[in-house]
Ligand binder design. Structure first.
Ligand code: THU
Length: 137
């Protein structure tokens, strides 16, 4: 599964985005260590705070199916048909990634013409993760 393949799946998942309030539609595709892919989209809510980002939808689908090891996530989002900007994961999603992913986990961001790849370490330095609880014991 190449980064471009994963991005295509994120782009496809974006079509299911439920974003009637912001109009900002996001798709994600999460790759497991054993090669499975779980997709997600953002799901908004009239009460606003229950809104779930595309990344967390993908993670929660995967974890609820028993997956625990992940190598990469592709994300694409924006207001238009074909996003011009890169949509970076929000802080809450980065923290969810820190729960399950090590420093080398790859975050693949895509817009209409390019992809950019970051690591977990780059997007959430000095993170608090399960390791910290172990070290306190
Ligand atoms: N959103 C995501 O799904 N992922 C991100 O990385 C950033 C934001 C969603 C949440 C909300 O439905 C909309 O985009 C606007 O914030």
């Amino acid at each position: 599964m190449t980064d471009r393949d994963l991005m295509e799946l994120a782009t496809e998942a974006r079509k299911n985005a439920y974003a009637p309030y912001s109009g900002f539609r996001v798709g994600a595709a999460l790759l497991t260590a054993d090669g499975r892919v779980y997709t997600g989209c953002n799901i908004e809510n009239a009460a606003y705070t229950p809104t779930n980002c595309a990344e967390r939808t993908a993670f929660f689908k995967a974890v609820s199916e028993g997956a625990r090891e992940f190598t990469a996530i592709a994300v694409t989002g924006g207001s238009g048909e074909d996003p011009a900007a890169f949509c970076a994961p929000c802080g809450v999603c980065r923290q969810v990634m820190a729960e399950f992913c090590d420093d080398s986990f790859r975050i693949v961001l895509g817009n209409r013409e390019a992809i950019r790849v970051y690591t977990q370490k780059e997007i959430l330095p000095l993170s608090f993760s399960p390791k910290d609880l172990e070290e306190q014991a």
